[in-house]
Each structure stands twice: as C-alpha cells, then as structure tokens.
Design a protein around this ligand. Structure first.
Ligand SMILES: Cc1ncc(C[n+]2csc(CCOP(=O)(O)OP(=O)(O)O)c2C)c(N)n1
Length: 517
C-alpha cells in the first residue's frame, strides 16, 4: 500500500531523531495515530490534558537535549497546550508540535472545531506552518525539526490538515542541520575579561548551558582568577548542583533582596543570560535590577554558545588551570524531626536526595530556602519554571523521567500549582515513571499575600483573602493520586516526611507525598 502523508511524517520525525510523542488526539489526528502502528520506533505517551503534553515535551528537551513532538487536536487542543508552550519557549526548549486541522476543503464551512490555528500558534511558536498537501508534509516536518533545534531550542508548530494526512505521499525527508549558534566575537571576550578584572565589583551572570557542570566549573575558575562574583537567575531551566560543583549565587525573586545582591556591581558580564529584571513591576520599585552606573557587557547572547564563550574567556584570563572557587563540599544535613518548618523540609530533602536526581521545583514560596541544605548532596540537577505560568511541574517531571529513565525525579509542587495539571499523575502511573511528587499543602496561594502587599494593597479584606485561600474545601492529594493510579500518603510532621521521602528514594515508580503544613 502507498504511504500516506501521516506515515511519511512519522517516518520523517523518526529519521530526524524525534522518537517521543506526547499526544492527546482527536478525529483529525486519526491518520497520524493509525500511522504509529505502521512504523516502529515512536514512543507515544498519552496525556489527559494538552498542558501535560506540552509541559512533558519541555521536560524531555531539558534533559534529553533533543526535541520530542506533541500531537494536539486542532485550535482548542493547541490552546490548552499554550501555557506550558509559553513556559517551554522561555526555557529555550525545542518542541515539534503536530496540530491536526480539518481537511482544507472542509474549512469553508463553519464547523464546531474550526479555528485560527496559525493565529493561536504564532505567539507561542518560533516557526509555524500549515502543510497543504501530503507531498509537502515530509519536507515541512523536516523543517519543523530543524527549527526546533535552533539554539538554545525553539517551538515549531506544524499544522496537519486531515487530507494532508490521509492522501498519498511521495517519501520521507531528511532534516537539514540547524544553523550553528551565534559565535562569540574575540572582541567581546577581551571586553568581558577587562570588565571582570574589576574583581568583586564585577558579576558574571550565567544563563542556559552555562549553568551545566562544565559552565559552572569554568565560571568558578574565572572567579578564582579575577575575584568576580558568579550569579544565576532565580529561575534556571537546568542548574547543575551538588557536591563538587561550583555554587553560583541565585538572584532572589524579592526585588529588595535582588537589589541588595547586585549592590556594588559596577561591571556585569552576561553569558547566555538577559540583563536581570524583576519578575513584576511594583509601584516605586525599579524593573531593572542592576545598580545605576553599572556597565553591562554581553559576552554571549541567549542564542549563542555559552560554554564556548566561557572556555574562550577562561583562556583569555589564563584561568583554565586555576582551581575553581566556590566548590560545594559533600555533606548532608541530619534528618529533621518535629513540626513542619520550611527549613526542616529542605533538610529532609538534603538528607536523602540521591545522586543524579532531577529536581523539578514548583514549590513557589515553600522551597525558596532549600538550596543551602541541598548544596552538599550528591550531584543532581534543579529545573525551575522559566515562564511563570504555574502548572509546569508535574508535566515537566513526566518528560524528564522519560528522557532519563535511570534517574530519580523529585517534583516539588505547591498545592495551588498542583491543581492546574494534576492529570499528569495518571501518565506517571501508566508509564511507570520513577517520580516522587511532593505537594506542599499550605492551603493557599501563599505568594499572592506578599504580592498584594508589594503592589500596594497591604490589608486585604475578606473577599480578597477568599481569592487566595484553598481551604474550603481542603484538597485530598493522596486520595486524588490514588484515583489516578499513584500511591499517595499524607504527612503532618518532619519525622514522617523524612521517612516517606527516604522510602520513595529507594523504591522505583511514581509516589506522592502530601505535606500538610
Ligand atoms: C497560569 C497562571 N495562573 C495564575 C498565576 C498566578 N499565581 C502565581 S503563584 C500562584 C499561587 C501558587 O500557589 P502554590 O503553588 O500553592 O504556592 P504558594 O504560593 O502557596 O507557595 C498563582 C495563582 C500564574 N502564575 N500562572
């Protein structure tokens, strides 16, 4: 039998190295779904909400460093995926979205699911195309993969009309190589080296791949040579941490704290990062966090090659063989006991976090102080939300676990954030993913209390407070987890939390611990 457009697309994805598909299909995607059985090699993972699929693709890219695909149902399916596509876009994650569309001849009729799919896709995508025929879809699929691979990673959305999927295709397309990342200019290396010679008044701000172990190591050597400070943004797509790794300072979320951290900086050098700015604008507070008069030098743009830039900078400063400054010593806190405290939760985590763990941190206010107690744990990685749209954590955990099946994934999630994409637990159970989900049930949108005060409304009335509380009724996360196929327990003190967490680190498979605070 001749190959359909759908089959030529699946074969093109596989040939281009895209072999995972996070799917939530409908009628218009049935030929693509059917093609999955005609072609071996595509791992298909069903998500029960499209935000799970897009978040999982984000987590997959961060850890596998190559794009997965999503399969989404027309405009509404794509719209449901949009919030986590936004987060993925901000994280520099590459994703190939395949979005079904009606047969082009059907679009003249205003049928229920007809929507402006390209219009929905554009703000959340770097590359968008509707493939008009079965004979163009393989080539367009290859271009979508290429676009997704542009450094540091991009969102590509390929719209697949049903007749493109079901008509006869003429073959499989090869994926062209993406353009190389923007190269660092020698003049910028010299300028950055000169800036860093200001010593402690200079700050090296790392982003993207500069936050991997090698990047941190180079930054630590540069710091040892020049005396400069090394910082990362408060949110990092993937930060290497743990014993033996250089510990950068992490810019605080709270504006006053971030300003205090950067106070005295006269020279800021950016490596794969943007100039530091506050998350929100607040009355009477600055948006840009660098002190007045500070000179900013961009060594490497966000779309550049931060590791190559740091290598060149270390060579320029003769720091390649210097012993790095600020290396974390191995050491764990003792397992805490007694009533739940934020410090105690961090200590319980630091006491048991295993080597190679992937921590997905959507703990919002609860986990802000977890870094010191986990700094000396065995080497691990810490992934945060780069786009500020909550509901990213449990889906990203799914994608990270699929990318790295031999590593323990620990998802730290606020109770408010958990409720956006809790369906991800069903996928964790179905795929037997090795994920420990910890829910911090403070029964509120805690962060918004301080935000109210920060924007100038310090005394919320009962109606305002009612918009920030989650206690009426209370949420039973352990019960919800069980109903989705994941064993769940509730804990109310640090002893039980520590015990349950320790158990979860030594067992395989998904588990949920609900910490009632
Ligand atoms: C999609 C989306 N909707 C709403 C918000 C606003 N928001 C930011 S944090 C937050 C509450 C987070 O609550 P929780 O996860 O329980 O953490 P806590 O503040 O209690 O630490 C909300 C609603 C958001 N960031 N994204």
């Amino acid at each position: 039998m001749a190959m359909t457009g759908a089959e030529s697309l699946v074969r093109t994805l596989l040939a281009g190295g895209v072999d995972v598909c996070f799917a939530n299909p409908g009628t218009s995607e049935m030929h693509f779904v059917a093609a999955l059985d005609q072609v071996a090699g595509m791992r298909c993972v069903l998500g029960l909400f499209e935000g799970v699929c897009s978040g999982a693709a984000d987590g997959y890219y961060r850890m596998a460093e190559r794009p997965a695909s999503t399969l989404l149902h027309l405009g509404p399916g794509l719209a449901n995926a949009a919030a986590n596509l936004h987060n993925a876009k901000k994280a520099g994650s590459g994703i190939v979205n395949i979005v079904g569309e009606h047969a082009l001849s059907h679009l003249a009729h205003d049928t229920p699911l007809k929507a402006d799919i390209e219009g929905i896709a554009r703000p959340f995508s770097h590359w968008v195309k509707t493939s008009p025929t079965a004979r163009s879809v393989a080539r367009d699929g290859a271009l979508a993969i290429q676009a997704a691979r542009v450094a540091p990673g991009q969102i590509a959305t390929l719209i697949l009309p049903a007749d493109t999927a079901w008509s006869e295709a003429d073959g499989v397309a090869d994926t062209p190589a993406p353009p190389p990342p923007v190269a660092t200019r020698p003049d910028d290396v010299v300028a950055a080296a000169k800036a860093l010679r200001a010593g402690h008044a200079a700050t090296l701000l790392l982003g993207g791949a500069a936050m991997r172990a090698r990047g941190l190591d180079l930054a630590g050597r540069i710091a040892a040579r020049t005396g400069c400070r090394v910082m990362v943004d408060g949110n990092a797509a993937r930060l290497a941490r743990g014993a033996g790794r250089v510990v950068p300072q992490r810019l605080a979320f709270v504006v006053e704290q971030a300003l205090a951290m950067l106070a005295g900086t006269t020279q800021l050098v950016l490596v794969g990062s943007k100039p530091p700015a506050a998350f929100f604008a607040y009355p009477g507070k600055p948006s840009l966090l660098t002190p007045a008069g500070c000179t900013t030098t961009e060594l490497c743009a966000v779309g550049g090659d931060p590791l190559a830039a740091l290598e060149a900078l270390a060579a320029e400063l003769d720091a390649v063989h210097t012993t790095p400054a600020g290396v974390a010593q191995a050491g764990r806190p003792a397992r805490p006991s007694g009533a739940i405290t934020l410090d105690g939760l961090g200590q319980a985590l630091g006491a048991v976090l295993p080597e190679g763990a992937i921590v997905i941190d959507e703990s919002v206010t609860t986990g802000r102080g977890f870094f010191p107690s986990t700094a000396g744990a065995p080497p691990h990685e810490w992934l945060k939300n780069m786009g500020g749209s909550i509901g990213f954590g449990t889906p990203v955990a799914v994608g990270a676990a699929i990318a790295c099946p031999d590593r323990k994934v620990v998802a730290l999630i606020g109770d408010g954030s958990a409720m956006y994409t809790f369906q991800a637990l069903w996928t964790m159970a179905r795929e037997s993913l090795d994920i420990c989900v910890v829910i911090f049930s403070n029964r509120s949108y805690r962060i918004l209390y301080s935000q109210l005060a920060d924007v100038g409304c310090p005394d919320p009335g009962p109606r305002a407070r009612d918009m920030l509380t989650l206690d009426r009724p209370t949420l039973d996360f352990a019960g919800m987890a069980k109903s989705l196929g994941v064993p769940g327990v509730q804990v109310r003190d640090l002893d039980t939390f520590g015990q349950q967490l320790a158990n979860a680190m030594t067992q395989r498979g998904p588990v949920l611990i609900d910490v009632v605070m």
